[in-house]
Design a protein around this ligand. Structure first.
Ligand SMILES: Nc1ncnc2c1ncn2[C@@H]1O[C@H](COP(=O)(O)OP(=O)(O)OP(=O)(O)O)[C@@H](O)[C@H]1O
Ligand SMILES: [Mg+2]
Length: 481
């Protein structure tokens, strides 16, 4: 028993009442707030029988003071108190974003009021006075467990950031940690960021994360893809147009810069933008003003610029624009260069996809992961996501196995491409003995599958037993020769 702030008044009969069930097993900390000292003593006495540490306060103000030095798992408060009452206390806690569950004590028969407090002030629950000891105990126990679950979830989020997740980006390899470091550094500023990486490496995810970490997070995030629009339309898309500015301009339209005002504008595939357009863009970036096509005056815009390209940094960019955009630079690694992240990325994707499709797929078979680590991933993480999505739907429950993967993983062509070591090709000439080419083909596949016989058999479309028999035969011919 570890109670402090004890009151001299003796516990009343409630405290000594025999309980129907054993005392709760959970330990925790409770702050009790009531102007009635006798009531406080009763509640303290009930909790003192379990492993609960308590502090008491006589009104809301005192309670807030206590919270500076004491972190309770639950707050129990009376509603009507002189000084700061329970309503005000709950309101302040809510405004502070304090998620500690609160239990309010209400007078007998004021159920309506109690429910309103629970609803409007987000109290955990209420108890009518006089407090029934066992109900009190059970409620305290529930609330402590609730707090614990919340804290564990918080802790997990924190651990995830430290160990490989930043927003929707997943990966704890050194390469990804480097990416996170620049995102964290650049995010809170309003400086431009040039984001480079192959298709599907997460450039847009990075851009959204930078926006989320910036003071503009509540402003708009607008993305415009320079490659997707014909040159003639890009200008009006970016800067907007007045009605009648060109044939077909039947309405006045705000451009991306105006729409992103107060927020972030992602200029996607910037390397695809024509040089003349790049020059116009540069002028806007320098002046923070745009003029709509056919418009007269200039409009002030306050926009943070992010630019993405799947080309090398600076490729196909005017030098002056490149220097303007390249204040921070993030180069996303292709998936094949941080294969060690595949299991974690796959796991996070699988959880999200289970939710999306209502599937209950729990894991990726080790053989699948082994195959993934030898594959080239030309479409990077987006391709991984597509492969897992398809496999999860096909599998529906249990684990994702080799049989759930699409044919590209098993075709001879992709097998050849997929092998980073050796070229994986088998040369056959007319007149070659079938038995010889067979052997070369089987051995090459086995090598490609990292000597995993089951996988090789799967790729070759034969049973494991047949593969084993054939290998035994080859060994036989080897020893004869
Ligand atoms: N690091 C990552 N962790 C988890 N998922 C990722 C990661 N990178 C990419 N993805 C997945 O790939 C998808 C595509 O990412 P995104 O659209 O950001 O790529 P991109 O680089 O902008 O591609 P593109 O050049 O084709 O526009 C995302 O929706 C996400 O599912
Ligand atoms: Mg993109």
């Amino acid at each position: 028993m570890r109670t402090t702030d004890r009151w001299a008044s003796p516990p009343n009969e409630h405290a000594t009442m025999k309980l129907l069930k054993p005392l709760p097993e959970v330990s925790g900390r409770v702050l009790l707030v009531d102007d009635d000292k006798r009531q406080l003593a009763v509640l303290q006495a009930i909790l003192a029988e379990g492993d609960i540490e308590t502090r008491v306060a006589e009104d809301g103000r005192q309670a807030l003071d206590k919270l500076n030095t004491f972190t309770p798992d639950v707050i129990v408060t009376d509603l009507v108190m002189p000084g700061m009452d329970g309503f005000e206390l709950l309101q302040l806690l809510k405004e502070r974003g304090d998620t500690t569950p609160t239990i309010v004590l209400t007078g007998y028969g004021s159920m309506d009021k109690a429910l309103r407090v629970v609803h409007d002030l987000s109290a955990f629950w209420f108890l009518e006075k006089p407090v029934e000891p066992q109900a009190f105990e059970i409620l305290i126990e529930r609330a402590i467990l609730h707090t614990r679950a919340l804290r564990e979830a918080e802790e997990m989020k924190h651990t995830l950031t430290l160990h490989g997740v930043l927003g929707d980006l997943v990966g704890k390899s050194a390469a990804m940690q480097e990416v996170y470091a620049v995102i964290r550094q650049a995010g809170p500023t309003s400086a431009p960021v040039l984001i480079c990486g192959e298709s599907g490496t997460g450039k847009e995810l990075v851009a959204r994360e930078i926006h989320k970490l910036s003071p503009r997070r509540n402003g708009p995030f607008v993305a415009v893809n320079a490659a997707a629009l014909p040159e003639t339309l890009i200008e009006s898309e970016l800067f907007g147009h007045e009605r009648g500015a060109f044939t077909g301009a039947t309405e006045r339209r705000a451009g991306c810069f105006e729409r992103a005002h107060g927020g972030t504008l992602l200029l996607d595939e910037i390397g695809e933008m024509a040089p003349a357009m790049q020059a116009k863009l540069l002028r806007v970036l320098e002046d923070s003003k745009v003029q709509r096509l056919g418009g007269k005056g200039e409009i002030d815009v306050n926009v943070r610029i992010l630019a993405a390209t799947n080309q090398a940094p600076g490729a196909n960019l005017r030098e002056d624009l490149y220097y303007r955009l390249n204040v921070f630079q993030i180069v996303l690694p292709p998936l094949r260069e941080h294969q060690e992240d595949i299991p974690l990325i796959a796991e996070v994707m699988l959880q999200a996809l289970n939710k999306k499709h209502g599937t209950r797929v729990s894991n990726l078979d080790p053989e699948v992961l082994a195959l993934f680590s030898t594959y080239n991933w030309p479409g990077n993480a987006r391709e991984l996501r597509n492969v897992i999505e398809r496999a999860a739907i096909v599998a529906a429950v249990g684990d994702i196995r080799l049989t759930h993967l699409p044919p590209q993983f098993f075709s001879a062509k992709s097998a050849g491409e997929a092998s980073p070591a050796g070229n994986g090709e088998v040369l056959m000439h007319p007149g070659h003995r079938i038995s010889e080419s067979d052997e070369a083909f089987i051995k090459a596949t086995l090598k490609h599958a990292g000597n995993n016989r089951k996988l090789a058999a799967e790729m070759l479309g034969i049973s494991l037993r047949t593969l084993q028999t054939r290998l035994k035969e080859f060994r036989g011919t080897d020893s004869n020769s």
